[in-house]
Design a binder for this molecule. Structure first.
Ligand code: BES
Ligand code: MN
Ligand code: ZN
Length: 481
């Protein structure tokens, strides 16, 4: 998409068929909207009154002008002093409404920064239509942004949106098409394009390296597992941060097999890995000045003849043993190895993302992630960043006395807790593998998939986590660890 700044409304609407107008409280106008609105849209105020549109954040109103350019005005309510996420959502609402319009102009960029406008617009026009015989993609080819030239903000927004859409593509891809090896191939290409150094641990290396958690999950499938290390090491950067993403390329549950209904969406179970891959692409393209390690253990969870059986004991990368009592609690097994490996590099902080527990979805619903960790300041930092990135999360506790639920006479721990607090006992198991590295865990079982089209969100894989990881890297580059 060609995205550029234009200095005046007449210039914008000489080209654009639709104008997205930034509206404040009580139909006040942001930027150039007010100067021209009367001539562009006689009768608009009556229409707004009839529709109950008065410029509150989240409202929108589509108004046909009766002339040819623009033929439609989309009024976008921002309320007073709009935050970043309000801007992003308004741009998403616009992008969704104008999918079929070739050229679109907007004054949103006169109400706030350009990056969330570009982000929201691009994300809203995403579609995954690879398997449609009659695809219906968005047609917008030019987006004209009213206001002063701010190319860097625009480009940052585009880079982030493209990374989110890469993650969405990976998640939406059917499991058949995304064996661990296929994802490796795709990441090899990404690494070549971005200057990221890729280290691949193939199955032999995983055996050699003692990654019993990944291997214990992988043995039920004919498709071999792998673990990818993506290294982004800009010159002059000293701090190192690590991102770890759960990459279960299909979660059947293994021998503790899932019911058919619960399995329908389990190609989504590599959303953590997808978020890490997307974020690495964006961080490298933005040239953020911090070292970042992205780590993705990738494997199917299948009930093949060699599959791990309930009661089996696995020895993980850091030597701790886990009795597997439910093979459907597999995410923590592969993350145990990956977190232990990440900790070996002694990062200044690390964050993992995982579609880890249905319990987290029960607790917080499907739009909010749970965050847990061993460092309250890090958890606070991430949830605070989430407010501006629009990725909502909530701090859940890691109660020390719940750890006893993981006790077993057979091994150092068992892989499931008791009936309640499943999101917390899963995170407590992960904590056994992070050493003394400041660590936060995002359980994204809910928001990894969006259930409906909504402002910039598109039904299906959401790319949740990409924006917050990029924001965290940028924050560390500026403010240190
Ligand atoms: N991938 C699932 C969690 C999940 C459930 C993600 C629904 C998205 C939507 C995970 O591997 C799993 O199966 N967890 C079990 C754990 C249980 C066996 C302790 C769960 O949540 O039921
Ligand atoms: Mn599972
Ligand atoms: Zn899973």
């Amino acid at each position: 998409m060609d995205i550029r700044f234009v200095q005046s409304l007449p210039e914008a609407i000489s080209e654009a068929g639709v104008l997205g107008l930034a509206v404040g409280p009580g139909l006040s106008w942001y930027g150039d909207g007010g100067n021209h609105i009367a001539s562009l849209t006689p009768g608009f105020e009556d229409a707004a009154a009839r529709a109950g549109f008065d410029g509150k954040a989240g409202q929108s109103l589509t108004y046909p002008t009766g002339v040819s350019r623009p033929h439609t005005v989309v009024a976008l309510g921002l309320g007073e002093d709009p935050g970043i996420e309000t801007m992003r959502r308004a741009a998403g609402t616009l992008g969704r409404k104008v999918r079929k319009e070739v050229a679109v102009a907007t004054t949103l960029t006169q109400a706030g920064p350009a990056s969330p406008v570009v982000e929201g617009f691009l994300m809203s026009q995403y579609s995954y239509d690879r398997y449609l015989s009659e695809p219906d993609p968005a047609r917008t080819a030019s987006l004209l942004l009213l206001g002063d030239e701010r190319a860097a903000e625009r480009d940052a927004g585009a880079v982030v949106a493209e990374a989110v859409c890469l993650a969405r593509d990976l998640v939406n891809t059917p499991a058949r098409e995304k064996a661990p090896d296929a994802i490796r191939c795709q990441v090899e290409e990404l690494a070549g394009d971005t200057g990221i150094r890729l280290v691949v641990h193939d199955e032999a290396a995983l055996i050699e390296g003692g990654f019993g958690g990944v291997l214990g999950v992988a043995v039920g499938s004919d498709r071999p597992p792998c673990m990818l290390e993506l290294w982004y090491e800009p010159e002059g950067a000293t701090a190192l941060i690590a991102f770890v993403g759960k990459g279960i390329t299909f979660d059947s549950g293994g021998l503790s097999i899932k019911p058919a209904k619960a399995m329908e969406t389990m190609k989504t179970d590599m959303s953590g890995a997808a978020a890490v891959i997307g974020a690495m692409q964006a961080i490298a393209r933005l040239g953020i000045r911090v070292k970042v390690l992205g780590l993705t253990p990738l494997t199917d969870n299948m009930p093949g003849p060699m599959a791990t059986k309930p009661g089996d004991v696995l020895t993980t990368r850091n030597g701790k043993t886990i009795e597997v009592l439910n093979t459907d609690a597999e995410g923590r097994l592969i993350l145990a190895d990956a977190l232990a490996l990440a900790a070996e590099y002694e990062p200044d902080l690390m964050v993992d993302l995982a579609t880890l527990t249905g319990a987290c979805k029960v607790a917080l619903g499907d739009k909010i992630a749970g965050v847990m960790g061993n460092d309250d300041a890090l958890v606070k930092r991430i949830t605070t960043l989430g407010r501006d990135t629009g990725e909502r999360m909530w701090h859940l506790p890691l109660p020390d006395d719940y750890r006893s639920q993981l006790k077993t006479p057979m091994a150092d721990m068992r892989n499931i807790g008791g009936r309640w607090a499943g999101a917390l006992t899963a995170a407590l198991l992960l904590e056994e593998f992070v050493g003394d590295v400041p660590w936060a865990h995002l359980d994204i079982a809910g928001p990894a998939r969006w259930v409906e089209n909504e402002n910039y969100q598109v039904k299906g894989g959401s790319g949740f986590g990409v924006r917050t990881l990029v924001a965290l890297a940028a924050d560390v580059a500026v403010n240190g660890v």
